[in-house]
Ligand binder design. Structure first.
Ligand SMILES: [Zn+2]
Length: 329
C-alpha cells in the first residue's frame, strides 16, 4: 500500500489530488468500503478504507479506526491524531487527519516498523552505526509551539515503584528531549518545552485496548492496561487548520500488567524496563519525531524497537535524534 505523510495541513489538497489519481476515491464505490462503513461497525479496519475517505459516503465520526495493534477514535474537524504502540516487534503507527470538510485522511496504514523489517529479523546493536555516527532522522510534520502542559496520574503507579521516583523519571525524559541531551555534542536549539503541572486523577486518554479516545485536551502520563506485547502507547493530537500543524495534547500509557518497570537500573535488575528510557522515546514523538528503522539505525533513541530491559541507553539521544529535533525547531 502506498504510504503518505499526511500530517501537513497545507498538503491536504495535494494529498486528495494524489488520492484521486491513485484511484483511492473510486475505491469507495466498492462494496467492501460500504460494508466497512456500515452503521453497526464501531470499529473500522484502516485497511478496508482508501487513504482519503469521503465522510459524506462513509460517516466515520466518533468511530474507531484500527490498524493492526494501533487504533484511534476519529478526531474532531480540524484535528489530527497520531497513535503509536511500542511493541517488542517494533513500533506501530497510525495517523488519522480530519481537516474541516468532507475528507478524512489516513496515514502510516500498514506501515508498522516490525512489518517493514519482517518478523524475526532481530538486529543487534553492534551491527548498526554507533549512536553518534548515525545522523538518520524521520521528522513528522506537527510540532510543539511554545510549550505543552502535562500531568502524571500518580494513582496508576505500580505498588513496587515510588510515585516520586516515577514522576522524576517522567520529567527527566521530557527534559532529555526538550534540552536535546545527547552524548554527541549536538547543542540544544529547541525552544519548545514541556511543563509538568503535577499529579491528576484524570486517566490517560485511551482505553484498555490502547485506542486513543477523542481528545480531552489534557496531556497525561500514567500506567495501565494495554494489549499483551505492547510496552507503551502514545496518542498525539494536533490542530491542522488555521495555521501550522501544532501539537496540542499528548498522552502516554506504560503497560503495567504485562511488564515490570524500574526507575533505577542496577546490577540486580531482572527483566525490568526503564521508565525514563521508554518515556524519552515517547517524548521524541511528543516533539514530532517519528520512528526510524530498527534494522539500520538500532542505536538511535527513536529506533522502532527498545534495546530491552535492564539498560538505559535510550535515555540519551543519538546524533540523528538530536539533529532531527534541532531541524524541526
Ligand atoms: Zn516509537
Amino acid at each position: 500500500m502506498r504510504r503518505l505523510s499526511t500530517f501537513v495541513a497545507a498538503s491536504v489538497l495535494a494529498v486528495i489530488a494524489v488520492g484521486i489519481f491513485a484511484g483511492s476515491l473510486f475505491a469507495q464505490t466498492s462494496q467492501g468500503v460500504y460494508a466497512a462503513c456500515g452503521p453497526g461497525q464501531r470499529e473500522i479496519q484502516a485497511s478496508d478504507l482508501p487513504e482519503v475517505v469521503d465522510q459524506d459516503r462513509c460517516p466515520v465520526g466518533g468511530r474507531e479506526i484500527v490498524d493492526g495493534g494501533v487504533s484511534a477514535v476519529v478526531p474532531g474537524p480540524g484535528e489530527s491524531v497520531f497513535a503509536e504502540a511500542m511493541s517488542q516487534r517494533g513500533d506501530e503507527t497510525l495517523e488519522v487527519s480530519n481537516p474541516a470538510g468532507d475528507m478524512l485522511i489516513l496515514g502510516e496504514v500498514g506501515s508498522e516498523a516490525g512489518a517493514q523489517e519482517g518478523s524475526g529479523t532481530y538486529t543487534t546493536q553492534s551491527s548498526g552505526p554507533g549512536a553518534c555516527s548515525d545522523t538518520y532522522r524521520n521528522p513528522w510534520e506537527p510540532r510543539l509551539y511554545h510549550y505543552l502542559r502535562y500531568y502524571f496520574n500518580r494513582r496508576s503507579t505500580p505498588s513496587y515503584l515510588s510515585d516520586l521516583g516515577v514522576a522524576r523519571a517522567i520529567k527527566k525524559a521530557g527534559n532529555n528531549v526538550s534540552r536535546v541531551r545527547d552524548s554527541c555534542g549536538v547543542p540544544d536549539r529547541v525552544p519548545a518545552v514541556l511543563k509538568y503541572r503535577g499529579v491528576t486523577r484524570t486517566s490517560v486518554n485511551m482505553d484498555a485496548g490502547g485506542t486513543c479516545r477523542a481528545n480531552d485536551h489534557k496531556s497525561v502520563v500514567g500506567f495501565g492496561d494495554l494489549p499483551v506485547g505492547y510496552t507503551g502507547n502514545t496518542c498525539i493530537w494536533s490542530w491542522i487548520q488555521d495555521g501550522p500543524n501544532r501539537i496540542n495534547s499528548a498522552d502516554v500509557r506504560l503497560n503495567e500488567d504485562d511488564y515490570r518497570w524500574t526507575t533505577r537500573v542496577t546490577s540486580s535488575c531482572r527483566g525490568r524496563r526503564d521508565v525514563e528510557s521508554t518515556m524519552t522515546h515517547e517524548r521524541g514523538h511528543t516533539f514530532g519525531l517519528g520512528d526510524v528503522p530498527e534494522s539500520s539505525h538500532p542505536n538511535l533513541t527513536m529506533s522502532s524497537r527498545s534495546n530491552g530491559s535492564c539498560q538505559i541507553s535510550e535515555r540519551s539521544l543519538g546524533k540523528g535524534d538530536a539533529i532531527g529535533l534541532n531541524e524541526k525547531y
